[in-house]
Design a protein around this ligand. Structure first.
Ligand code: ADP
Ligand code: F6P
Length: 471
């Protein structure tokens, strides 16, 4: 087994197996914010990425991607059911997102979570050369820092949580709260999207584990664990270059034409997830049509909602409800060849996403709670002519950075309708000023700035940060 000086560990690898139209198995980039953030960073850096390739049974052997070694961790049917769909996505995910759906607690899920975390820790230990840096990602793997430190005290260990970290009132519900906190504290640096999350974590370390804690460091058995906020970002240069490509510009023109050359295109791009506020947004839009504020011929809504975690019941219920609502809205307000909502559940490549962002006069990103929301950042990056309006939930991490967006509380239906109406009527000069402000911010705070900030704190020598952000 070849070893690396940098090992990234995440539940999901940047590739996902899927079935091509001819029935063959094909690999494609997996959707989701974590991969969007890390994929551009790791290109052409000699590193190993440890993760799951999306299926069940023996781990497939994957060849290197852009020079990065893929180390696959196998998950059995039972692991997927109880670790991924169970503890990770039916307990932690809803709990960490304000319990917008009821978190479910089962003891057998906890056993699977421990078992799978141990497997990831073993894989990371194998892949790391002596003294290497191991960077563990997200809520699926919160025990890995502690488990890894127990086997490999020589490593420098970082942990980053891509999702929100909840306030103590919510976290205290967790039957295994002390173990989870201790697991994360196995890291040298625990990073969050927002300062509030670091504050919540420090409060919990003091309350549950009785540790001396500030919002910047926690003392654990003679060690100091650093904590802090590092808002994740995207590769702005890559998205800008895509958006400027002549074929993407032509594709955007074609898409607009196919949509009937309307005055306004409103776009949303989400994983089909109950945290994304899709139902609330559809309701607001349909009421705007019913009230006569929006005419279907002039304004077209495109909702991209790629299915996610499809065997988890809450996700199945959501998809049924969304599809029923889209059908109702189109049945009531559409005409032949003129649907009120264009609803797409397909996977799109990056160029097609860039073309969609170019077409969107208004981008509606209205999650009920979101760690960051990189779709909002991708949209801003794609608006190379400084046009376009971002309607953004106050409850997305991105809201802390994009003060110039039209911010909205997605739970407030009248507020959402009003904000969409204001966006539809906004003056081009005001929109341009807002977009310029957001683009200037994003340029300074892109994915390389994120990695530099995090890795400089993790590895004081600065060597790693320099290697990862050189390109
Ligand atoms: P999350 O991490 O919860 O999925 P983000 O908005 O942070 O939410 O990230 C979603 C990522 O998935 C973005 O990079 C987006 O471009 C990508 N994505 C979303 N929908 C699709 C789709 N239909 N096809 C391909 N990529 C998608
Ligand atoms: O960013 C949040 C996140 O949960 C990632 O950890 C994950 O890879 C992504 O969303 C997509 O979800 P999943 O891996 O369950 O398809």
């Amino acid at each position: 087994m070849r070893q690396s000086s940098l090992v990234v560990v995440s539940n999901r690898l940047p590739v996902d197996d899927s079935v091509a139209p001819d029935g063959a198995c094909e690999w494609r980039r997996s959707p989701g914010g974590l991969v969007t953030a890390l994929h551009p960073l790791l290109q052409h850096v000699p590193a190993t990425w440890v993760g799951w390739a999306g299926g069940t049974g023996p781990a497939p052997a994957l060849s290197d991607i852009d020079g990065v070694r893929m180390h696959t961790v196998p998950l059995s049917h039972d692991d997927v059911r109880n670790h991924y769909e169970g503890f990770a996505n039916s307990t932690l995910w809803p709990l960490f997102h304000d319990a917008v759906e009821q978190p479910v607690y089962h003891r057998r899920w906890w056993e699977a979570y421990q078992r799978v975390n141990q497997r990831f820790a073993d894989a990371a230990a194998q892949a790391a050369e002596p003294g290497a840096t191991v960077w563990i990602q997200d809520y699926h793997l919160q025990l890995v820092p502690g488990l890894l430190r127990a086997q490999r005290p020589d490593l420098r260990i970082g942990f980053f949580l891509h999702v929100p970290f909840p306030p103590p009132e919510l976290f205290m519900q967790l039957p295994r709260r002390a173990e989870l906190l201790n697991g994360m504290l196995g890291a040298d640096l625990v990073g969050f999207q927002r300062a509030q999350a670091a504050h919540n974590f420090a409060q919990l370390a003091a309350k549950v584990l009785n540790l001396p804690a500030t919002d910047h460091r926690i003392a654990v058995q003679g060690r100091e664990v650093q904590i802090g906020a590092f808002p994740v970002s995207i590769d702005m240069t890559e998205m800008e270059a895509l958006a400027r490509r002549p074929d993407v510009v032509a594709r955007a023109r074609q898409l607009r034409h196919d949509l009937g050359d309307p005055q306004h295109v409103i776009l949303s791009v989400d994983r089909m997830d109950y945290t994304k506020g899709i139902e609330q947004r559809l309701k607001a839009y349909s009421e705007l049509i019913a009230d006569g504020h929006v005419k279907v011929r002039d304004t077209v809504m495109v909702q991209v909602a790629i299915p996610s975690r499809e065997r988890v019941e809450q996700y199945q219920v959501l998809r049924d409800r969304v599809e029923r609502e889209v059908g109702r809205i189109n049945g009531e307000f559409g005409r032949v060849g003129e649907p009120a909502i264009h609803y797409l559940t397909q996977h799109f490549d990056r160029a097609e996403l860039a073309a969609l962002y170019r077409v969107a006069d208004i981008m509606a990103v209205t999650p009920l709670r979101d760690g960051m929301n990189l779709v909002a950042k991708e949209y801003v990056a794609a608006r190379v002519d400084d046009s376009g309006i971002l309607v953004l939930s106050e409850f997305a991490g991105a809201a802390a950075e994009f003060s110039q967006a039209y911010q909205v509380n997605p739970h407030d239906l009248d507020g959402l309708k009003l904000t969409l109406t204001q966006a539809l009527r906004a003056s081009p000069s005001d929109s341009t000023n807002r977009m310029r402000g957001m683009r200037a911010h994003l340029r300074k705070h892109d994915i390389r700035a994120w990695a530099r900030a995090y890795l400089t704190e993790l590895d004081e020598t600065g060597t790693l940060a320099a290697r990862l952000t050189a390109t």
